[in-house]
Design a protein around this ligand. Structure first.
Ligand SMILES: Cc1ncc(COP(=O)(O)O)c(C=O)c1O
Ligand SMILES: Nc1ccccc1C(=O)C[C@H](N)C(=O)O
Length: 425
């Protein structure tokens, strides 16, 4: 189904795009358009190379890979932390690449949730990713507190967005800790982290953020905003590979706080192999490591993060906004008659890096897209999530996806599929 908009306009924008050459850094499948980098980013050639180098270090050096490898494993988490730091607005000391999103949340809540007196509750929200809620519930149970009473979830007025004023209103004198997403995983709304942190601190409450959907997509200033802690995954926008090691940020004002969950890799590096039964924790965010790093799962990040160091997060964000803005324009022009509702914020300040297209037939529209070799994901009950990624998608991809969507809707091709979700996406 031809679009009213002209393909040449998309091609022209690609020609002017300074980041266009980075597309060649990635493995893209011929004839397929990947729009799911907000769930699992694609493999880059540099990430593949650093993974293979680490594998070769293991093959050739055995145990000496820890100190003498091409990317010595003993300092690898620290090296990657320094590459993550500019992406979250922290110093290299405030960041550590370790654990996974959910494990890091457990670690940080185990550290910073200190119920006392009437402050015994944790404040989260009703739209956040389920794993965070499960972790918070179990942390409460571990302290002998009933989650039904002690986990407060700020409500959304429309099921899509959160209003900071509602969250602030829930910051009562019963709240000890707040955990919120930076960007909501379904609607892509960015929360005003600076404002929320200021308001939490004005009430004597600690606050941390889940950065899974924002790190590698938008700039952050966790240090300057005064955020107490944050945690994120490196497999979405950072393209570190499936299940790659996650990241965490702890504000320097908390250095010296004993982690809730300690292990020998949280030791000061020069002390670790003293094997003393009295731990000497690292004097920075390194203290929050627990055990031996998953080296082969860290290794792709060396190459993947190098790309971000080269391009800079500001340039990534500028292109990402241009891509999602272009996609919204085409959706408005071409798809409105078919019943799509744009369920993400339109404002640049509020919009993350993906579009959330709502439609009652969303599950089977996603299946029809896949039959056309377009990879979106479906999020229940009615969302087609589409993420045009700055480092590897082009404006012409956006044009093509909207054009395919128009054909699917016009010819009701989605009717060939069941309107039920698949297992993963
Ligand atoms: C916002 C958010 N939080 C938490 C998670 C869970 O992360 P993990 O499975 O890596 O612990 C995800 C994605 O899986 C997510 O998108
Ligand atoms: N970790 C995964 C493992 C398997 C499949 C998807 C994921 C995701 O990350 C989903 C993502 N967090 C989401 O926002 O839906």
């Amino acid at each position: 189904m031809p679009l009213t908009a002209k393909r040449e306009e998309a091609i022209e924008r690609d020609e002017q795009d300074r980041l266009a050459p980075y597309r060649n850094e990635f493995y893209l499948q011929e004839g397929s358009i990947y729009m799911d980098g907000n769930s699992l980013g694609l493999l880059s050639k540099r990430a593949e190379a650093t993974l293979l180098e680490s594998l070769a270090d293991w093959r050739e050096l055995g145990i000496d890979g820890w100190m003498k490898g091409r990317h010595p494993w003993f300092e690898l988490s620290e090296k990657l932390a320094a590459l993550n730091a500019p992406l979250v607005g922290g110093s290299a000391d405030e960041v550590m690449v370790t654990g996974s999103t959910t494990v890091n949340l457990h670690q940080l809540v185990a550290t910073f949730f200190a119920p006392s007196g009437q402050r015994t509750k944790i404040l989260a929200d009703s739209l956040t990713f389920p794993s965070d809620i499960y972790a918070l519930q179990s942390q409460l149970r571990l302290r002998g507190l009933d989650p039904a009473e002690h986990l407060v979830q700020a409500e959304s007025r429309d099921g899509r967005f959160l209003d900071e004023a509602d969250i602030i209103a829930a910051m009562t004198e019963e709240i000890a800790l707040i955990v919120l997403p930076t960007v909501l995983y379904r609607s892509g709304q960015i929360l005003d982290m600076e404002r929320l942190t200021r308001e939490a601190h004005a009430r004597g409450i600690l606050i941390g953020f889940d950065g899974c959907h924002s790190v590698g997509a938008i700039p952050h200033a966790f240090h300057d905003w005064g955020v107490d802690f944050a945690y994120w995954c490196n497999y979405k926008h950072l393209n570190g590979g499936p299940g790659t090691v996650g990241g965490l940020f702890v504000h320097e004002r908390h250095f010296g706080t004993l982690p809730g969950l300690t292990g020998w890799f949280g030791s000061r590096k020069d002390k670790q192999f003293d094997m003393d039964h009295t731990m000497t924790p690292a004097e920075n965010a390194g203290a929050f490591q627990i055990g031996t790093p998953h080296v082969l799962s860290l290794a792709p990040q060396i190459g993947a993060l190098e790309l971000f160091a080269e391009v800079g997060i500001e340039a990534v964000r500028t292109k990402s906004l241009a891509l999602t803005d272009y996609m919204m324009t085409l959706v408005d022009q071409e798809l409105t008659p078919y019943g799509f509702v744009i369920g993400n914020p339109r404002d640049d300040k509020r919009r993350g890096a993906h579009l959330s297209l709502e439609h009652p037939e969303a599950a089977r529209i996603c299946k029809a897209l896949k039959a056309h070799h377009v990879i979106p994901d479906f999020r229940a009950p009615n969302i087609v999530r589409l993420a045009p990624v700055a480092l590897y998608n082009k404006f012409e991809d956006v044009y093509e996806v909207v054009s395919i969507l128009k054909t699917i809707m016009d010819e009701k091709q989605y009717e060939q599929f069941k309107n039920e979700r698949e297992v993963v996406a």
